[in-house]
Ligand binder design. Structure first.
Ligand SMILES: Cc1ncc(COP(=O)(O)O)c(C=O)c1O
Length: 374
């Protein structure tokens, strides 16, 4: 059978799959061991009590654990994220109406687009921004509108060529590691109010902010919950990336649509995972701070070693490459992999992203090899 033309063909190259393949090919070449500072994969495991909760739950031989989970997730899990939002971000959520549980926020990036934008409508994406937002545009059959960010990470709203049905924002930002500039959330709410569109704030790195900043939830902005949702991930705050668990919180109508979509394409999330997530959210929180402090200390080493490197949060730093220096050249000559900036959008050209989610030893060795280029 010859498949008929379909929107799936508009999916772009998967940036991270391609990056991993390039790095693996380079690693197979003869030479000194390659240091991979391109990939952002949490290197610190979840707290022990979270793993224990998973194991204890999985040992229960009951259908309530091993059968299909409630499609709308365990109410206790929705309650647990609501309590955390109130305590950490000062945001009150109704756990029954304003919280949806998703198998990782990567999935929700797509689902929110499917629930908001019609074919041909505009979706505004930050440039530079997380490459998977492009996948959401393609799968929704929507049109990508560029939302360029200035050097401080502030959107240049005037660059939007039409009214977007959906705007993606992401602070702290992957890849630029900028935290939310003052006033940006208010500007997004005002724009969405005017256009009737929605806002998705990707808060995947919400707890990983440096230099005494406080985590800043979009939903703390007056009017935000009328226009948008926020994505909270268990991957970065708790080191649970492989477990695939996250939340869509905020606007009740949008949350209901995401839940509805999930009832059609999924059949709940393994109960043992949900119980472990409850343990993570309601148990001791020291691990979150330890993780944040660890990344901040690594960030300090990067800034000390590479002039002009910047990071206000996440587990990345953003570098401007000197004239004539490219990521390919560094990979070939120094055998250090970085994530090329242009893959994050046109505004990323001439930049690279360096990961802090690697061992201190690998980071120090990598920085020593990079120093001669900067
Ligand atoms: C900016 C951003 N958003 C969303 C995600 C997806 O996170 P997850 O699906 O693990 O919740 C990532 C993962 O790296 C990310 O960097």
């Amino acid at each position: 059978m010859r498949p008929r033309p379909h929107r799936i063909e508009h999916l772009p190259e998967q940036y991270f799959t391609a990056l991993l393949a390039r790095v693996a090919a380079a690693a197979a070449e003869p030479g000194e061991p390659l240091i991979d500072l391109g990939r952002g994969n949490p290197d610190v495991p979840p707290p022990a009590h979270v793993v224990e909760a998973l194991v204890a739950s999985a040992r229960e031989s009951t259908p309530a654990v091993h059968g299909y989970a409630p499609f709308a997730s365990l109410p206790e899990l929705r309650e647990a994220i609501a309590v955390r939002y109130a305590e950490v971000y000062g945001v009150q959520l109704d756990p029954d109406r304003e919280v949806a549980v998703v198998p990782g926020t990567k999935t929700a990036l797509i689902e929110v687009a499917l629930c908001t934008a019609g074919a041909g409508e505009g979706i505004a994406l930050p440039d530079p921004g997380y490459p998977d937002y492009n996948s959401a545009v393609a799968l929704a059959g929507a049109q990508r509108l560029s939302l360029p960010l200035d050097d401080a990470g502030r959107p240049e709203w005037d660059a939007l060529v039409q009214r977007p049905a959906l705007i993606y924002l992401n602070y702290p930002s992957n890849p630029t590691a900028a935290s939310a500039p003052d006033g940006v959330f208010g500007e997004a709410v005002a724009l969405a109010d005017w256009t009737g569109g929605a806002v998705l704030h990707d808060f995947a790195y919400g707890d990983l902010v440096f230099d005494g900043r406080r985590p800043s939830s979009f939903l703390a902005e007056p009017g935000a919950r009328e226009v948008g949702v926020e994505l909270f991930s268990m991957s970065k705050s708790y080191g649970m990336a492989g477990w695939r668990l996250g939340f869509v919180v905020g606007n009740g109508e949008l949350v209901a649509r995401v839940s509805w979509l999930q009832e059609h394409v999924r059949a709940g999330i393994f109960v043992a995972l949900q119980r472990a997530a409850i343990a993570a959210l309601t148990g001791p929180q020291e691990g979150v701070e330890e993780r944040r402090a660890l990344y901040e200390a690594r960030r300090d080493r990067v800034i000390a070693a590479i002039p002009g490197a910047r990071s206000e949060g996440t587990f990345f730093a953003w570098l401007r490459l000197p004239e004539g220096v490219t990521v390919e050249r560094i990979l070939e000559e120094a055998r250090v992999a970085l994530a090329p900036g242009e893959g994050f959008g046109a505004r990323g050209a001439g930049h690279a992203r360096i990961s802090l989610a690697v061992s201190d030893k690998a980071l120090d060795e990598g920085l020593a090899r990079l120093a001669p280029y900067f």
